[in-house]
Design a protein around this ligand. Structure first.
Ligand code: ADP
Ligand code: MG
Length: 584
């Protein structure tokens, strides 16, 4: 015993501590090993686990393999073939580069690797325990590498104790594998636990089909493709209809040069594209693939490489936002081209074609994802019905319209039944015209034949003085008229039918007790005004009014949802009816 309490740790202890950074749980082993297989150029990767990876993780690939010498090298700490000097990090094109995975994994398990290269007919097998090579012998194998990791953390009881229950660890393995399935559509993936197939993505399975397999079929059916290119960055991917949202953010999956990353910058960009389209607590899905020169990002800011730094955050945000926004525009455009014709719904043109291809393709997707407990527990909020979520509600003269329950405008459109929520639709219409009024085109104002006088309580009156400019910017003409009294001379022309006093009093009541900063007030005020001015549920509409409502909705930039994100329109297809009547 030495006197000092401070001791240099034994090498074995150091390596176990270091392993903790990379190897946190079975899923991290799967992640590191699959990354290696992909870096080795594999086109087929099979993953097998037992007891959620604690007993066994076996990953077999058909990549380039390693020579006996390379294999021995590969398992020592900081051994990598992917990087020579620190400058190489700036142009790293592989998923791995730290040279830590194999040595870390081997130090906390019993590991066997068999590898063979094309050139050598003889493969080699290497057996290690706690980071030490115990056996090495020739072994037969076709080209590629099989890594077997047994009894993970058998020598680190503390780690083992902290593992979650088996179903949780397995779910995480499914999750990690799913990300690879999305990122590498040219690679076949199989994931099995004992005799059970958990995931299978054959080679020919397309990205959208793979998204369907990971996020659910109906989620994929409500997605549209987006893309955009900037100076330094390029983005492609799929995003969800604003009316087909989730209560969590699990549908937001980002890849940068094939690497799955968490990114606040990217999810901020998604939310800004959906501004004014999502209900509170609802989240859009967006599976986005970014391509960028490695010199424009820093991938070495997180031990598991889950986070990334962008050189130009502003640019990347703008590119993602514009990609999504121009996706919305494209849909609108395609739809207006079809207007009046026997318009195929966007649903059909956008997504069905991909589906049709899917059905035609030789390889039926044989995706097996049958373990309910591992599939997302929460189903999508608005299953089915919002079938034509992307379709602009189109009014055709010959279509019959009627009102149901003093709330919905129903229209038979070819074979479909289209239902518009009169309040949500009108809110969207008003919201867009008020927003435009503030931006560029001043809104048309209508002078009242009999100006309305509004007498307020002292408190309301103070509030009114605060927001009087906001009212007037939207096309109202409100003036102070003696103490606590106001006179309304004009209203926005689109509101001429509404009862101006009620509208204004309702808005003031909503504003009361809420503190808005100047910035927030702008959009919030417009939303409130739209909501309070809109036709309500319970308002009887004439045929003319219904037509005009549908017409105006068709003219909106983003007609799919109200400003709070509720859908304006749902559509029931004959297929849906067939299902309901159990004809199918
Ligand atoms: P890194 O991936 O960061 O280089 P690893 O410890 O994961 O570090 O792997 C070390 C090296 O072993 C790799 O650089 C690669 O040359 C080799 N290697 C690992 N797994 C495979 C595999 N499945 N096929 C071929 N070579 C591999
Ligand atoms: Mg690696």
């Amino acid at each position: 015993m030495t006197d000092s309490r401070i001791q240099i740790l034994a090498e074995e202890v150091v390596s176990k501590i270091a392993a903790g950074e990379v190897v946190e749980r079975p899923a991290s082993v799967v992640k590191e090993l699959v990354e290696n297989s992909i870096d080795a150029g594999a086109s087929s990767i099979e993953i097998e686990v037992r007891a959620a990876g604690v007993e066994l993780i076996r990953i077999a690939d058909n990549g380039e393999g390693m020579s006996p010498v390379e294999l021995k090298m590969a398992c020592s700490p900081h051994a990598t073939s992917k990087l020579r000097e620190i400058q190489d990090l700036e142009k790293i094109g592989t998923l791995g580069f730290r040279g830590e995975a194999l040595s870390s994994i081997s130090s906390v398990s019993q590991m066997n690797i068999i590898s063979a290269q094309k050139t050598s007919s003889d493969g080699v097998s290497l057996y290690m325990e706690s980071g030490e090579i115990l056996k090495s012998r020739p072994a037969a194998r076709t080209q590629g590498t099989t890594v077997e990791v047994k009894n993970l953390f058998y020598n680190v009881p503390a780690r083992r104790k902290f593992l979650k229950k088996e179903s949780t660890e397995l779910a995480e393995i499914v999750n990690v594998t799913s990300k690879f399935i999305l990122a590498f559509p040219d690679v076949e993936f199989k994931l099995r636990q004992a005799e059970r197939n958990l995931l299978h993505a054959p080679k020919k399975m397309k990205v959208l089909e793979r998204i369907g397999a990971v996020l659910g079929r109906s989620a994929a059916d409500h997605m549209m493709s987006v893309s955009n290119t900037g100076d330094d960055y390029e983005v492609t991917g799929y995003v969800s209809s604003p009316s087909f949202t989730r209560r969590d953010r699990r549908g937001q999956i980002f890849f940068i040069n094939g690497r799955n990353v968490r990114s606040k910058i990217l999810s901020d960009a998604v939310y800004s594209a959906y501004a004014g389209l999502l209900e509170r607590g609802q989240h859009a899905s967006a599976v986005l693939f970014l391509t960028v020169s490695p010199s424009k990002i820093d991938v070495n800011v997180h031990p598991a490489k889950m986070e990334i730094k962008f050189e130009n955050e502003k640019e990347i945000k703008q590119i993602v936002k514009n990609a999504i926004r121009s996706g919305f525009d494209r849909l609108k455009h395609e739809n207006s081209r079809d207007e009046g014709l026997n318009a195929l719904s966007i649903q059909k043109t956008e997504v069905m074609t991909e589906k049709a291809v899917r059905e035609d393709s030789v390889t039926q997707p044989e995706f097996i994802y049958n373990l309910n407990e591992f599939v997302q527990k929460k189903p999508f909020q608005k299953e089915t019905r919002s079938a034509s979520a992307w379709e602009k509600p189109v009014f055709t003269a010959d279509a019959d319209i009627f009102q149901v329950a003093l709330c919905y405008v129903v229209q038979i459109k070819q074979e479909n039944i289209r239902i518009v929520d009169q309040h949500a639709a009108h809110e969207r219409i008003l919201y867009e015209s008020f927003s435009k009024a503030l931006k560029d085109s001043p809104i048309e104002s209508q002078k009242l034949l009999f100006p309305a006088r509004i007498d307020l309580a002292a408190k309301e009156s103070v509030l009114m003085e605060k927001v009087i400019d906001q009212f007037n910017a939207l096309g109202f003409s409100v003036e102070l008229f003696g103490e606590n009294s106001f006179i309304v001379q004009a209203v926005p022309a689109i509101l001429k039918e509404r009862d101006v006093k009620t509208v204004i009093m309702d808005i003031l009541a909503d504003l009361e007790g809420r503190a808005y900063s100047k910035n927030e007030l702008g959009d919030e005020f417009i939303k409130l005004t739209s909501c309070r001015s809109a036709i309500k549920s319970g308002d009887k509409l004439s045929r003319e009014e219904m037509r005009s409502l549908l017409d105006q909705l068709a003219g909106c930039d983003l007609p799919f949802t109200c400003p709070h994100g509720r859908p304006t329109t749902i559509e029931i297809t004959p297929e849906e009816l067939e299902k309901r009547f159990r004809r199918k």
